[in-house]
Design a protein around this ligand. Structure first.
Ligand SMILES: Cc1cc2nc3c(=O)[nH]c(=O)nc-3n(C[C@H](O)[C@H](O)[C@H](O)COP(=O)(O)OP(=O)(O)OC[C@H]3O[C@@H](n4cnc5c(N)ncnc54)[C@H](O)[C@@H]3O)c2cc1C
Length: 389
């Protein structure tokens, strides 16, 4: 593997860095899990799109710049380096976008991708149901064909960004006689359609981070099915591969946290705070693991550029980044000592940053995108070849 950047990649990095330095908001935006923060993030993503940086690997006609995935990794490194806002439309651009690219009709690509790139339309992922979380094949929500429409009934839950999003992608049972992963279809649903009720769910910090979505005879055009009817499971597995294996958590995110952790370690040493050799080793280990994750991702991308696909190894990846994120935040809280319990806006917070909020969110990492127990099952069966029982 050649780890040097080409002159073109270096030029791209410079261009991205200059644009971000000139355009990233000076002050952090309010959380995208609030109404005002959601609007501010959509506005930022519009600016990003106008600058040509919304989703660099997409073809130009859909709002990208036709870069390859290596340039996307470079862009992500620059994005985190610049302290740019989190992507409110991450479910759209990182998960659904690549899936539409693979399974969508030309009309669907033209209809959905540009508006996704500009975040004119923000997406929620509607997979989980009250009785279908880890056991996703137990989906009960139905979409029954009636003329040119599907008539949808049932409930989805835990839809991140669902409180404010415009569209939802999900799997629905189009064959009511079917069971498990058969008879499911991947459908794109406008959340303002009649018969749809969105009820926000608050996170531990009081922000409306999720929604449950109820469908009562909601009619959705059959043109909005993605892939073949009854083949939803295969389409969804492609989305899950992008989510766990590559796009949802680019290495730059963790390298950035690791850099902040090193800075915090140095500050703690300088002010005479408590640091023992175990903590020092933990901090060094976190930094090395973030670098290892980055190198592993470069390897995955090189394989994909050579025509490879993301397979069951995406599960290894997901366990690695989610556990690393917790370890990094735990180390930071240990360094902060008693100040660890302060939120950034507390009067005595000084420079505690958002470590506590970050820690609380990191704890969700082993749950979302498929729990780590389920990932371990996948690794056991599909990579190690162990028996199911
Ligand atoms: C921050 C966050 C964001 C989320 N965003 C979304 C979203 O946008 N869209 C969406 O659809 N969902 C979302 N989810 C939901 C998430 O996908 C589910 O919580 C997850 O799949 C687990 O499902 P469950 O909560 O029903 O738990 P369950 O499936 O009931 O699992 C409970 C526990 O049992 C374990 N378990 C279950 N089955 C097995 C098994 N076969 N072997 C070993 N252990 C098992 C699980 O690992 C878990 O520890 C989000 C969740 C979180 C925390």
């Amino acid at each position: 593997m050649d780890l040097t950047y080409t002159p073109e990649q270096q030029t791209f990095r410079k261009e991205a860095r200059a644009w971000l330095e000139a355009n990233v908001p000076a002050e952090p935006l309010p959380s995208f899990d609030t109404e005002i923060g959601f609007a501010a993030h959509c506005e930022w993503e519009k600016t990003l799109n106008a600058g040509g940086f919304a989703m660099v690997p997409w073809p130009k006609q859909y709002g990208g710049r036709g870069s390859d995935l290596l340039e996307w990794l470079i862009f992500e490194e620059e994005y985190y380096r610049a302290g740019a806002p989190g992507r409110v439309n991450q479910n759209g651009i990182f998960l659904l976008g690549p899936t539409i690219m693979e399974y969508g009709t030309p009309e669907q690509k033209a209809r959905f991708l540009p508006r996704m790139a500009s975040s004119e339309e923000v997406w929620a992922q509607g997979w989980s149901e009250p009785n279908a979380g880890s056991d996703m094949a137990n989906i009960q929500a139905t979409a029954i064909r009636d003329g040119d429409d599907y008539v949808i009934n049932g409930q989805k839950t835990w839809a991140s960004r669902g409180a404010y999003a415009h569209w939802l992608f999900g799997m629905f049972r189009t064959d009511p006689e079917s069971s498990r992963h058969h008879g499911l279809t991947f459908i794109l649903v406008p959340l303002d359609a009649e018969g749809i009720t969105v009820r926000p769910i608050e996170k531990i910090n009081g922000k409306k981070a999720f929604a449950e979505v109820f469908f009562d005879d909601a009619r959705v055009s059959a043109e909005h099915k993605l892939g073949e009817e009854g083949q939803g499971w295969n389409v969804a597995m492609a989305t899950a591969g992008f989510e766990r294996g590559l796009m949802l958590r680019s290495p730059a995110r963790f390298q950035n946290t690791a850099r902040k952790l090193i800075d915090l370690y140095r500050e703690t040493v300088e002010r005479g705070g408590f640091v023992d050799s175990t903590l020092r080793d933990t901090v060094a280990r976190c930094w090395m693991d973030a670098e290892a994750y980055a190198l592993n991702t470069y390897q995955t991308v090189s394989r994909m550029l050579g025509g490879g696909k993301i397979g069951a190894e995406a599960s290894l990846n997901k366990i690695f980044w989610s556990e690393l994120d917790i370890r990094m935040h735990e180390a930071a809280l240990s360094l902060l000592d008693a100040r660890a319990e302060l939120l950034p806006d507390s009067p005595a917070a000084d420079a505690v940053g958002d470590w506590l909020e970050g820690y609380i969110f990191a704890l969700a990492g082993p749950i979302y995108a498929g729990t780590n127990e389920i990932q371990r099952n996948i690794i056991a069966e599909r990579i190690l070849g162990l028996p199911r029982k």
